[in-house]
Design a protein around this ligand. Structure first.
Ligand SMILES: [Zn+2]
Ligand SMILES: [Zn+2]
Length: 366
C-alpha cells in the first residue's frame, strides 16, 4: 500500500510503498483511510522543521487529521463493525507507569513529554491506505457526518480550549454573564472552526486576521453571525474599541508578537488561550510591565492547550452536527481541495493555499 512519508535526516519526502498491515489483534481495528486533512504541522514536517520518525525508522508517515472506515475488527472489539466510520486520535500515551494522565488515557496532559503523536512524533501517521489501531482510540462517526468528519481533529483543538475555559472560569463566584465576547486571532482552519465553536456556545465572536474584508473567509465569518476585523485596516487599539469587554481570546495564528500585544487588551477576569505553535523567532521587545500589571490587577489567566482528549473529540463530533444544522453547508466552504495522494506534495510544500485541503483516498491512487 502507498503512503506519504518524510525522511527528516535526508531532507526528502515521497509517496512510498509500505507492506500491508495484516490483520488486527484482538483489541484492534483495521480501517481503510478515506480522507486525511493537511495542516500547518504537516507542512512544517515537510519543510523539515519538525517531525520525528518512529524509533529505529528513517521515515515518518505523516497525516494526523483522519477519517477512516472500519474494514476488520479483532474478536474482543464490541462497539465497532466493518463499514463504521471512525476518527482516530493523534496522541498516544507515554510508557511511564507513573504518568497519571497517560495511565488514565488523558495523554494530552502527559507529564513526561514522552508521548507519541501519529504522523508527528515517533509514530506513523494516517496518510496511507490502511491502518491498524486500538479500538479504544477510535471515535465512531455517524454516517451523515461522512463529508465533514475529517474536520473532527482540528475542531477538537477549539473544543479542548472551550473545556479549559469553562474549568478556569469556575473560579468565578457567580454564573458567567449571558453575553461574552471572544476574539479569535487568525482565520485559518483552526481559527474558523474555533469561531464556529464559540458562536455555538453563545459567545459574540470577532475574528481578527490579515485577509481583506471582502475575502471569502471574512464572508464565512459574517455568515456565522460573527464579526470580521481586518488586521491591515484596524490596529489592536481599534479592535479593543470594537470588542468591549474582551472576555476571551483564542489565539490561532501562531504569531507570538501580535498575541502578546493583544494580551494587553484582555479584560477583567479574562482568559487568553494559546493554540498556535510558532517556530523559533528572534527575541522581541514587549511591554512586560503593562502585561504583568494587568494580569495581576485583572485576575487574568493565560493558558496553552494542545489537542485533545476523549471529551474534546466527542464534543467535536457533536458540534459538527450542530454546525451543520445551524449553518447548513458552511463546513463545506472550508474545503478548498480534495486531491489524490499523488498530488499531496503540491499542497504540503511551497506556498500555502486555500483553507482546508484534503487527501482523498477514494480517488484513484497513482
Ligand atoms: Zn493538524
Ligand atoms: Zn505521559
Amino acid at each position: 500500500m502507498k503512503a506519504f512519508s518524510v525522511r527528516p535526516a535526508q531532507h526528502t519526502y515521497a509517496v512510498m510503498e509500505l507492506p500491508d498491515p495484516g490483520l488486527p489483534g484482538p483489541t484492534q481495528v483495521r480501517f481503510r483511510v478515506l480522507e486525511v486533512g493537511i495542516c500547518g504541522t504537516d507542512r512544517e514536517i515537510c519543510g523539515f522543521h519538525y517531525g520525528f520518525p518512529p524509533e529505529g525508522a528513517e521515515e515518518l508517515v505523516i497525516g494526523h487529521e483522519c477519517l477512516g472506515q472500519v474494514d476488520a475488527v479483532g474478536e474482543q472489539v464490541e462497539h465497532l463493525n466493518p463499514g463504521d466510520l471512525v476518527v482516530p486520535v493523534v496522541r498516544l500515551p507515554c510508557s511511564d507507569a507513573g504518568c497519571l494522565p497517560c495511565v488514565e488515557e488523558e495523554q494530552d496532559f502527559c507529564n513526561t513529554g514522552n508521548f507519541l503523536e501519529r504522523g508527528i512524533k515517533g509514530a506513523h501517521g494516517f496518510m496511507t491506505e490502511y491502518f491498524i489501531d486500538e479500538a479504544s482510540r477510535l471515535h465512531p462517526v455517524p454516517p451523515h457526518l461522512r463529508k465533514v468528519a475529517v474536520l473532527t481533529e482540528p475542531l477538537s483543538i477549539a473544543e479542548k480550549a472551550l473545556l479549559q475555559i469553562q474549568e478556569v472560569q469556575e473560579r468565578l463566584p457567580w454564573p458567567p454573564p449571558k453575553e461574552l465576547n471572544a476574539v479569535v486571532l487568525g482565520a485559518g482552519p483552526i481559527g474558523l472552526l474555533g469561531c464556529m465553536a464559540f458562536q455555538l456556545r453563545g459567545y459574540q465572536t470577532t475574528v481578527y486576521s490579515l485577509e481583506p474584508e471582502d475575502h471569502p473567509k471574512a464572508e464565512l465569518v459574517r455568515d456565522l453571525g460573527a464579526t470580521y476585523v481586518c488586521a491591515r485596516n484596524h490596529d489592536l487599539e481599534a479592535l479593543d474599541r470594537m470588542v468591549q469587554p474582551m472576555d476571551v481570546v483564542y489565539e490561532a495564528a501562531g504569531a507570538p508578537r501580535l498575541a502578546f500585544q493583544l494580551l494587553k487588551y484582555l479584560d477583567h477576569n479574562g482568559v487568553f488561550v494559546f493554540t498556535g505553535v510558532p517556530g523559533e523567532k528572534p527575541a522581541s521587545e514587549l511591554d512586560m510591565a503593562h502585561i504583568m500589571r494587568n494580569m495581576v490587577l485583572k485576575n487574568q489567566v493565560v493558558l496553552g492547550t494542545v489537542n485533545a482528549g476523549r471529551k474534546a473529540y466527542a464534543n467535536a463530533l457533536e458540534d459538527l452536527e450542530r454546525i451543520e444544522e445551524r449553518w447548513p453547508g458552511i463546513l463545506d466552504r472550508l474545503f478548498t481541495a480534495h486531491i489524490p495522494l499523488s498530488e499531496a506534495e503540491h499542497y504540503l510544500v511551497g506556498e500555502s493555499r486555500g483553507i482546508k485541503n484534503v487527501v482523498d483516498f477514494t480517488q484513484v491512487l497513482s
